[in-house]
Each structure stands twice: as structure tokens, then as C-alpha cells.
Design a protein. Structure first.
Lengths: 135, 412
């Protein structure tokens, strides 16, 4: 693996470029987000108060319930949505939501992706090639 | 994915546009997880409250429902999770006409698709529990974990779009917990304390969920004493699913796939111990205030037995703060007939039906009613509501009823 290029076993969606928002924490649209303001609202979340809009979210794993499957689609319709979801592991709900919302997603890396990608780094997510690259 | 002849016909549009659209969605998800083929399902269960759907989701449903009659109905029994309101109690919740109109539109669309509006997250207690090895496409994490673990059925978490797709095609991608090898335990939990209260069972589920913390993890649990009741396992599983995104657990000697540990787990699994102090610590972590604005029993919806217990605790009391008890449309008429509803409401409480608190515009309810400090016996609910701006507190049903009467939640 070349430096700054990380291969994922699971991938879907379009190729995108943008700033990474990184934390070793979980993700659930219902549990963690104020979807009106476009920020992480759960007080105990490591990204609490930070905007996720237009960001490549790099997080550890999916949390919680099934609502995210609808919510990603709803967030996309208003443009208050992450650019891509990149996680060490996902549950079916995130994949189903990304499929409906046509949102780029990668999951399943050989390394802890939250430790490998610097917060704020510009990254490219290429689901067709199954990789994330730090630009 | 390998498609059989029928599935190739569906994909080609020979069964109509809706099954074709649904199968395309399912193939995307199946390919993502490496599913080799599809497995037929007997029933589907859709989570589709309108806070989650939004205007975009409702329009999407209405687009499906606009398909011509005869080409738009689900193929297998397909039911719904709680709605975003109880229309009869919307004023109590401070819900707006915009919210209610959106709900009505979603319901109308589902009905055109042939979906049965059961509006329940306890369908395994009220509609039809699945049987061992029955493949289903269930939404609501609490439903999935109960069906997989207690009933021995086979389901992944199916979000609304995927559950509806399964209803329309009668199948789902065969990956995850449809596969026997994925149902093996991945960690061993030795429990040193068996709770007696529902909040205790929920807290235990929360502790285990935090340890497992991954959808693909399967806790194999030993040490539970006696035979847990359905309501106890309901709170246990719903909380574990909420805290950890867990879809399957085994209770050795109790749940159907785990007559003995070796049935579901290798000897060298990672081992963890969970004791009374862990359960109490989780509960204490949510006791952040002594004043209470509202008491809520919900998530999951209450069974008839829970409502009976609640009615007994309400007798002779007069509440200072609102108390909401949320149940299913199947249980509510029985609660009315048994007099439970009247006894709860005589104390100043309210019994709501067909919704669940956190699925009913919880943030807007908080803003409209000024409810921030919320007491409940649901570990799942306290785990969810922090992100909605609440200060949720976890306590026993007895303590919550006392809090409704006094306005204060005593530390235990």
C-alpha cells in the first residue's frame, strides 16, 4: 500500500473529493446529528458541535438504529449531508441509506482508518477503485 | 450476485417497475456486503416515521404509490413500525399540522402499496412472532435482535427502503445473519448479576452493547439466572441493539441456538465479565438532575403486562408533571378494556398508541413543551435522546411514577 492510499473491502457510490472530518467514534444520523443545523449534536460525541456538511466523515463504526437509512436520503435532498462516509465497519443500515441517497461509502480497511487519516486533510474517495487517498 | 430465473425477470422489469426498482436497490446492498444470492422472506417490517422520511422520503413513497393498480402491492405480509404521532394526542405533544399532514401522506402511500399499518415495534409480542430459521426482513433494531436471538429467526437490520424492497420482491440479499456461520458467538460475556427490573435489564443490555460495539459482533452470554420474561428480554435486546448496533445475542441455556456454549461459540473467544457495579454505573451516568419535566414509558412500546403494572403504580396518585405511556394499536384496546388506561389517566397520565417517543419529532416536542429533563425506565430511550437535546434519566418504573407525582427523581 502506498503512503496515503487506503484500500477498502466494501464500497459504493460516486467518486468525491473534500475535507476529512475524523474521529474514533461511531455514527448514527438519529442519535448523533442535528440534521437541521448540520452539526453533530450528541454531547458525548467526539465531533459534538462540528459541521458535517460537505465533509468526508471518517469514523469507526455504525451505531444504533435503522433511521439512518431514510435520513441520509432526506439530508441529501436538502444539501445538508456528508460528502462521503468512510468507516472501519458499517452495519446494513448505513449501506442501505447510502444506496438510496447515492452517497459515497467505504468500509473495511486493514488499518484503523480513523488513525490513518488526519482530521482536516483533503481526501479523494473512489468507490469504483475501493480506495481513499489523502491528497 | 447470482440471480435465479425469477429474479432475472424482476430485474428485466417483467414483474413491473416497483419490484425492478426494489431489486436494483437490494443488489447494490447485497454486492456491498458480498452476498452470493437472495433468500426468500416470509414477512417484512418497515421503519418509516416521517421525522426520518422527511418531505423527500414521503415524496419518494408517493412516487412508488403512483404506480398503476395491480403493479404496486407487496408480495409478502409487510407491516409498519410506529408512526410519528398518535393523531388523537398530537396536541399533547405539541406537534404541528405540517407534521400530521406528512404522516397522513405517508400512510396513504403505504396503504396503496399494500402495507399493513400495524404501527408497532413489538410485533413479536402482538402480531406474529417468527419461528426458528424463518428468514425475515425486519426493521427496528429491537425487533431484529429479539427475532434473531429469542425466536431464532434470521434477519439483518433492514432500514425502511430495504424492508419495503423485501416486501415488494419477497426476498432479501443473503448475507450477515441469514448465514449460519455469521450467527456464531464472537465474544463471551459472563454475567454475575441477573437484573429484576426492566431498567436493569436494559442497562445490562447497554453494558454488553458497549462492550460488543459492532453490528457483526455476537455476544454469547452466560450467568443469567432463572427464565427471563419476554418484556425483560425486550428491554435487554432493544438496549443492546441501541448501544452497540447488535443484532443477535445468545443466552446459553435459554435462547434456541445455544443449548450449551459449544453450540454457538469456540472456547477461545475474548472473555468479559459484567457485574452489578457495571449495570449500576451505567444507570448512574444518566442520573444528571433531580428535577423532572416529563416521564415517558416507551421504546419499546409497552406490553399489556407493563401497562397493568403501570396502572397499579398510578392508583391513588396525582401527577405534577406529564407522564406518557406509549403502546401499540394492538395492545391499546385491551388496555382500555382492562381499565388500565383509565387508571393511568385518572392520575394525570396519558396512554398513547401507534407511535414511539423518539420517533415522533422528539426535538420539536422538547421545544414546543419545554421538556428537557426526562425520566424513563427505557435504557434505549436514554441512549437516543441525548442527541435530541434532552437530559434523559434512567430509573425504575416505580421511581419514574414517583417522579411524575413529586417532580423529583430520587437517587437510588
Amino acid at each position: 500500500m502506498s503512503a496515503g492510499l487506503f484500500k477498502a473491502r466494501h464500497a459504493m457510490g460516486p467518486t468525491v473529493r473534500g475535507p476529512a472530518l475524523v474521529a474514533n467514534d461511531g455514527f448514527s444520523a438519529r442519535y448523533d446529528l442535528d440534521r437541521i443545523k448540520g452539526i453533530f449534536s450528541r454531547p458525548s460525541h467526539k465531533l459534538a458541535g462540528r459541521s458535517y456538511v460537505g465533509k468526508v466523515l471518517v469514523l469507526d463504526t455504525a451505531k444504533g438504529g435503522v433511521a439512518t437509512a431514510w435520513m441520509l436520503h432526506e439530508m441529501k435532498s436538502r444539501g445538508i449531508v456528508p460528502l462521503a462516509l468512510v468507516l472501519n465497519t458499517v452495519n446494513p443500515i448505513l449501506a442501505q441509506g447510502a444506496a438510496l441517497g447515492d452517497i459515497a461509502m467505504l468500509a473495511g480497511f486493514d488499518e484503523d482508518i480513523t488513525a490513518a487519516v488526519p482530521d482536516g486533510a483533503q481526501v479523494e474517495v473512489n468507490p469504483q477503485q475501493h480506495w481513499l487517498k489523502v491528497i | 450476485m447470482k440471480l435465479n430465473d425469477e429474479e432475472q425477470d424482476i430485474l428485466a422489469g417483467k414483474a413491473g417497475p416497483l419490484p425492478q426498482l426494489a431489486l436494483r436497490h437490494q443488489i447494490m446492498v447485497g454486492d456491498f456486503f458480498g452476498a452470493k444470492d437472495f433468500v426468500p422472506v416470509t414477512q417484512a417490517h418497515i421503519m418509516a416515521d416521517t421525522e426520518s422520511l422527511g418531505e423527500a422520503g414521503v415524496q419518494w413513497l408517493e412516487g412508488l404509490a403512483a404506480t398503476s393498480e395491480g403493479q404496486r402491492r407487496v408480495r409478502v405480509p409487510t407491516i409498519t413500525d410506529p408512526r410519528g404521532t398518535d393523531f388523537a394526542k398530537a396536541d399533547l405533544l405539541g406537534q404541528t399540522s405540517v407534521m400530521l399532514d406528512l404522516e397522513r401522506r405517508a400512510i396513504a402511500a403505504f396503504e396503496k402499496l399494500g402495507v399493513a399499518m400495524t404501527n408497532t415495534c413489538i410485533n413479536y409480542q402482538t402480531i406474529q412472532a417468527p419461528t426458528r430459521n424463518e428468514h425475515t426482513a425486519f426493521g427496528d433494531t429491537g425487533v431484529v435482535i429479539y427475532a434473531n436471538s429469542v425466536c431464532g429467526a434470521r434477519s439483518n437490520f433492514e432500514g425502511g427502503p430495504s424492508a419495503l424492497s423485501a416486501g415488494l420482491t419477497g426476498r432479501t440479499p443473503r448475507y450477515g445473519f441469514h448465514l449460519p456461520e455469521m450467527r456464531r458467538g464472537t465474544l463471551h460475556i459472563q454475567v454475575d448479576h441477573t437484573p429484576t427490573t426492566l431498567n436493569g435489564w436494559g442497562a445490562l443490555g447497554g453494558v454488553i452493547g458497549r462492550i460488543a460495539a459492532n453490528y457483526w459482533a455476537v455476544p454469547a452470554i452466560e450467568g443469567i439466572e432463572g427464565a427471563p420474561k419476554s418484556d425483560q428480554l425486550k428491554h435487554f435486546g432493544a438496549s443492546m441493539a441501541s448501544f452497540g448496533s447488535i443484532a443477535l445475542f445468545h443466552l446459553v441455556g435459554l435462547t434456541p441456538e445455544a443449548t450449551k456454549l459449544a453450540d454457538v461459540a469456540a472456547a477461545d473467544l475474548p472473555r468479559h465479565r459484567v457485574g452489578r457495579s457495571d449495570i449500576e454505573a451505567l444507570q448512574r451516568s444518566y442520573h444528571t438532575d433531580s428535577e423532572v419535566d416529563v416521564v415517558v414509558f416507551s421504546a419499546p412500546q409497552l406490553s399489556l403486562y407493563e401497562l397493568g403494572d403501570l396502572a397499579s403504580l398510578c392508583d391513588g396518585r396525582r401527577f405534577k408533571v406529564p407522564l406518557l405511556a406509549v403502546t401499540s394499536p394492538q395492545v391499546k384496546p385491551d388496555s382500555d378494556r382492562m381499565g388500565y388506561t383509565a387508571r393511568i389517566e385518572a392520575a394525570g397520565g396519558s396512554v398513547l398508541s401507534g407511535m414511539c417517543f423518539y420517533q415522533s419529532y422528539a426535538r420539536e416536542i422538547s421545544e414546543a413543551r419545554g421538556w428537557k429533563r426526562l425520566a424513563t425506565n427505557s435504557a434505549k430511550l436514554v441512549n437516543i435522546l441525548g442527541g435530541y437535546g434532552y437530559r434523559p434519566m434512567l430509573a425504575s418504573m416505580d421511581s419514574c411514577v414517583e417522579a411524575a407525582a413529586s417532580g423529583r427523581l430520587e437517587r437510588t
